[in-house]
Design a protein around this ligand. Sequence first.
Ligand SMILES: [Zn+2]
Length: 145
Amino acid sequence: MSQSSPEPAMPVSRPTPDTAEWFERIDREELTVPRCGTCGHHFLYPRMCCPRCGSREVALVPASGRGTIASFVLNNRPPPGFEGQTPYAIALVDLEEGPRMMAQVRGVDPAEVTVDLPVRAVFEPRGERRVVQFEVVGNGQEESS
Ligand SMILES: [Zn+2]
């Protein structure tokens, strides 16, 4: 074991050519979703072609950041970098625009996380990058950060 080993880094996504611009916008704290210019379908994750109609007329459009929890799990076994955070909730969130996105839900007692709970996207700094997470909306604690 090295004595100078750094703390385990919190993971960040590794962009692909298809997802690079989407992640760059997240780094600027801007959540977008790809929209097909041919059929109007919104989808995630970003791809060059619309998964519904195959069109290449795909553009990133602003997302509201609002959504509801479709499903979730509570993680009690921290991966490297998450020690001290457990238990925490990882949710599938249905965005208002339609696509479903997986992210951590923070700032709430995990025991209070339920399906259909309204949430909004927040951006957690991790080094030079930003990671999308969700906070519960309402709950008597608006604008906590
Ligand atoms: Zn389409």
